[in-house]
Design a protein around this ligand. Structure first.
Ligand code: PNW
Length: 466
């Protein structure tokens, strides 16, 4: 070991959190077990035309029953950390009120199994499964939902905070607010631009209230949120394209980073949103901008955008036609940047990850950073021998880990990296048609088979770097 906590010449810190991630609705299944309540995703999947093939998370990959095998699988890969999410309606079936201890017990068992295997548990409290009862009361556009979220966070943290150090409040508030309430591509499928802005604000307010509540319980734990950030480029030098890039960077990145880390919304974005009279109270900004111990960054791709009229292409978050999630900037067109794409149609651009990491480090107060998601989805099948030879995923992950190393070399305090995903799973509006796993799952038998990428990643972890 050399000075500064770096070993050998890997370029990654010694105690780097090498991880993989999942989310409750995408993997657990057991939708009607042990008193679990219903979530907006249960409802959304049941309405026709929302999810490809009418797929649901009722069974998913049965992680609820198979978690011990899955933890053994993680140990076999040498994972240092496992990022999972807690299902709000398992813990509070009606979203509020009495805790369902049988639901909470699942997470107690999971955490204990992880700790026993030497794997650090990294729970996320909200990965999009809002209890149906709270949506009936108005959902995230209602201010009360933020307070209910903080109560729920305190209940989970009160039960697990003695053994779990790293806590993520909300996952990708952009998706939850704008795909859920503006474009309607995700649950609850509402298409209400104005309401989606309030949803975004209340997701961040809920985050701040939750951090406050959990920190009061145990000040030594580490608290943060996970935001999905993108590199953004104008399609050309035309001023309309440059303005489009400013707007999309504004709505996608700064609309979340500025309030969370600086305690204010970006002025130019508020101006773009003027028709919606979006004017959140100043007092909320003080609450939601709690000092953070960590910031999770989910990175997949770069957006290339144009403000000139032309042929419409759109960002792919659902196989179904949708309204725009870009409130106030509906005219912006998403165009090809000319790069190769994954099976999601998302362009592969690892330089964008260097850009995002160095930008957050440069423009915001210092906070330890974690890449809490990065990965590639494909439509893929095993060969005759049952193995998936996922060279595309290996290449994607390798390029992005090089980007991480580059960022570390430039002084970015990057402390960990989580592949999305450990297992193939329910890919939201795409159902089971897109696979992101390091480990293949045969959905008919629930048989798990590590892909080439799993073996490759195990080697990376074993070496502590590329
Ligand atoms: C993220 N988009 O979702 C989520 O955190 C995961 O649950 C998900 O499986 C993963 O990325 C892969 O999709 C996103 O359309 C879904 O911009 C859609 C978008 C972004 C992220």
């Amino acid at each position: 070991m050399s000075a500064g906590g770096f070993s050998g010449d890997t370029g990654f810190p010694d105690d780097f959190a090498w991880g993989a991630a999942t989310a409750a609705y995408q993997v657990e299944g057991a939708a009607a077990e042990d008193g679990r309540g219903s979530s907006v995703w249960d409802d959304f999947c049941r309405a026709p035309g929302n999810v490809l093939g009418g797929d649901t998370g009722d069974v998913a990959v049965d992680h609820y029953h198979r978690f011990r095998d899955d933890v053994a699988l993680m140990a076999g890969l040498g994972l240092k950390a496992y990022r999972f999410s807690v299902s709000w309606p398992r813990v509070l079936p009606e979203g509020a009120g009495a805790v369902n201890e049988r639901g909470l017990d699942f997470y107690r068992r999971l955490v204990d199994a992880l700790l026993e295997a030497g794997i650090e548990p990294w729970p996320t409290l909200y990965h999009w499964d809002l209890p149906s009862t709270l949506e009936k009361g108005g959902g995230w556009p209602e201010r009360d939902t933020a307070y209910r979220f903080a109560d729920y966070a305190a209940a989970v943290h009160g039960a697990l905070g003695d053994r779990v150090r790293h806590w993520t409040t909300v996952n990708e508030p952009w998706c939850a607010a704008f795909l859920g309430y503006a474009s309607g591509e995700h649950a609850p499928g509402r298409r209400e631009a104005g309401a989606s802005l309030h949803a975004a604000h209340h997701l961040m307010l809920g985050h701040g209230l939750a951090v406050e509540a959990m920190r009061a319980q145990r000040p030594g734990n580490r608290f943060g949120a996970a935001v999905n950030l993108y590199a953004v480029s104008p399609a050309g030098d035309d001023p309309a394209d440059v303005d489009a890039a400013r707007r999309i960077d504004g709505m996608q990145n700064r609309f979340f980073l500025d309030p969370l880390l600086l305690g204010r919304y970006p002025e130019d974005v508020l101006a773009d949103l003027e028709p919606y009279a979006f004017a959140p109270p100043d007092a909320d900004l003080a609450t939601l901008a709690q000092p953070l111990d960590q910031l999770g960054i989910n990175y997949y791709t770069r957006h290339t955008v144009s403000g000139r009229p032309g042929e419409a292409t759109q960002a792919v978050s659902s196989p179904f036609s949708a309204h725009s999630p870009w409130v106030g900037s509906e005219h912006v067109r998403f165009v090809s940047g000319g790069r190769a794409v994954t099976g999601m149609g998302w362009e592969i651009d690892a330089d964008g990850l260097v850009e995002v990491l160095t930008r957050v480090h440069r423009e915001y107060p210092a906070v330890p950073l974690y890449v809490t998601e990065n990965g590639a989805g494909y439509d893929e099948a095993p060969d005759g021998g049952g193995t998936v030879h996922d060279a595309g995923r290996v290449s994607y992950l390798e390029q992005h880990l090089r980007a991480c190393r580059e960022a570390v070399g430039r002084g970015v305090p990057l402390r960990g990296y989580f592949v999305w995903s450990l297992l193939d799973n329910f890919e939201w509006a795409w159902g089971y048609s897109k696979r992101f796993g390091l480990v293949h799952v045969d959905y008919a038998t629930q048989r798990r088979t590590p892909k080439d990428s799993a073996r490759w990643y195990a080697g990376v972890i074993g070496r502590g770097g590329l």
